[in-house]
Design a protein. Structure first.
Length: 59
């Protein structure tokens, strides 16, 4: 997967209210994704940061 794929995955879960139900925070979601896909850690971290910045309006 690439960064765009993870960005889309983060946004899909956020918009479908799945973060709070499953992970409590997007940070928890990011941690779960890294744990489940350690070979993709850097890409997941970049995607998380893109989404985080968009959420707080600094993107």
């Amino acid at each position: 997967m690439n960064t765009s794929t993870y960005v889309e995955q983060f946004w899909a879960m956020i918009l479908n209210n799945q973060v709070a139900e499953t992970y409590r925070t997007i940070g928890d979601m990011q941690h779960a994704l890294v744990t489940g896909n350690p070979q993709q850690q850097q890409i997941i971290m970049q995607a998380y940061e893109i989404v985080r910045q968009e959420l707080v309006g600094r993107g």
